[in-house]
Design a protein around this ligand. Structure first.
Ligand code: DQA
Length: 137
């Protein structure tokens, strides 16, 4: 089984960025732990701060991979293009957020991804990614 985690803008700063919201672990450290926990899965990771690169990766993997775990970060709340990409592919997408976006500012309550996603997992910290991967098993 091949699954890719696609992370959007500013998630490269995990560990440094607003640790009270996102925790103090880097994604690289967490990803290494995930690979140990899910040895039976071929797990890949891609991060970009650029909307078009995220759309490109969704299109590139969206007809051959078994699952996409997508945290589009701030683009979740703004990007019709990423939402359309999710709707246009065959691979199921699980939308993930580290924080509970519904407990935060109103603009974070809107998602352009959810209507095309298989499901949404949010608010469990980095564990949200574990839960999303487990949902494909
Ligand atoms: C986030 C929530 C978004 O609102 C925010 O812009 C992010 C991260 C999360 O994982 O909690 O960058 O997607």
């Amino acid at each position: 089984m091949r699954i890719i985690i696609i992370n959007g803008p500013n998630l490269n700063l995990l560990g440094k960025r607003e640790p009270e919201v996102y925790g103090s672990k880097t994604f690289e450290t967490y990803f290494a732990e995930l690979q140990l926990r899910f040895k039976e899965i071929t797990l890949e990771y891609f991060q970009s701060n650029i909307e078009g690169e995220l759309i490109g990766k969704i299109q590139e993997t969206g007809f051959s991979y078994d699952g996409i775990v997508l945290n589009a970060a701030a683009y979740t709340h703004t990007s019709v293009g990423i939402g359309d990409a999710v709707k246009g592919i065959e691979t199921p997408v699980v939308e993930v957020h580290i924080s509970n976006t519904h407990k935060r500012e109103d603009f974070r309550h809107v998602s352009y991804i959810s209507s095309g996603a298989k499901g949404v997992i949010l608010g469990f910290g980095l564990q949200s990614y574990d839960l999303a991967i487990a949902s494909f098993l």
